[in-house]
Design a protein around this ligand. Structure first.
Ligand code: FES
Length: 311
């Protein structure tokens, strides 16, 4: 009987991997709900003023640190490990007799650690596309509720109401799990925070591509060209050097060829990331990954060829 139930449970999963029998439904009610959330345009009304407020925070260059620019990937997923770890550990201690004090310390430490994690998350969220921002808003609200439950749990424990404190902590853990689900959907299904230029080397062959002639590229102007499936930005500097970068911004695929060219850099027109033309380095966020930068070969007859070294 048990074996039959087990077979029914894993059957569809096996079918999906072997290609035999019924397929796993790709539109479970949970997935439909998550996908529906990102289409709720009404959330934009609430999101707009919050986004403006987050963008206006006087964070200076610290904003780039919160985005994760020095790390090369978003900082938020790293910071959330601390509160989640503390709260999960507190939940385990709550099930062990004689660990009241340790559990309270962990609950409080989690609340404190949630503050920088939330700040990094809000800063990233303020630069997301509308559909991502709707899921992100639900994720942030859920985690805020969880933090509130844990803060109340810490207070209740301090007043000697241990049973109430434990109940609030476990409720907080449940809400954190929902927040994690929304965060996972945002990061992996909606690709918020991923490097959008990662596929570029895989779409090109390891060879030289013809780009045109020197005179096709007016000095100081951004020109867009295509190498097979890969759009590139071409800029000829006043000294005659030609720089070529992948055109789609590593942050959210904004078209760099429509951006501003100043001081040897290009500024993305969507959220203002700045990339150095000479090597594609991202000198300002929110982008945390550089732009693929091409080798350029100008031949004696004025023909321009490019290749991507790591293609
Ligand atoms: S797409 Fe966001 S900075 Fe370029």
């Amino acid at each position: 009987m048990r074996w039959t139930a087990l077979r029914k449970g894993i059957g569809p999963a096996l079918a999906a991997t072997t290609g035999k029998g019924a397929a796993v439904p790709a539109d479970s009610p949970l997935l439909r709900a998550l996908d529906g959330l990102e289409r709720l345009k009404g959330l934009d009304l609430a999101a707009r003023p919050v986004r403006r407020a987050v963008r206006n925070l006087p964070l200076g260059r610290f904003r780039d640190v919160l985005h994760g620019l020095p790390l090369g990937h978003p900082l938020h997923p790293l910071l959330v490990q601390a509160p989640i770890g503390a709260w999960l550990s507190a939940g385990l201690l709550d099930a062990v007799p004689g660990t009241r004090r340790g559990a309270r310390v962990l609950v409080g430490a989690g609340v404190l650690a949630a503050v920088p994690a939330a700040l990094a998350g809000w800063v990233d969220w303020a630069e997301q596309q509308p559909r991502q921002a709707r899921t992100g808003l639900a994720h942030a609200l859920t985690v805020n509720v969880a933090t509130g439950l844990y803060a109340t749990s810490w207070l209740q424990r301090g007043r000697g109401h241990t049973a109430r404190g434990k109940a609030l902590g476990w409720a907080g853990l449940g809400v954190v799990a929902v927040g994690g689900l929304l965060g996972g959907h945002l990061a992996y299904r909606q690709a918020a925070g991923t490097n959008k230029t990662e596929p570029v080397p895989h779409l090109l062959a390891d060879r030289w591509y013809d780009l045109g002639r020197v005179e096709d590229f007016p000095v100081g102007q951004a020109v867009r060209r295509e190498l097979g499936e890969v759009p590139v930005l071409v800029v000829r500097r006043s000294g005659g050097r030609i720089h070529v970068l992948a055109d789609r911004c590593s942050h959210q695929s904004g078209p760099l060829s429509e951006g501003k060219i100043t001081d040897g850099c290009v500024e993305c027109p969507w959220h203002g990331s700045v990339f150095r033309l000479a090597d594609g380095a991202n000198v300002r966020g929110p982008a945390t990954a550089p732009q693929p930068s091409f080798e350029v070969d100008v031949q004696a007859d004025g023909a321009v060829r490019v290749r991507l070294p790591e293609a």
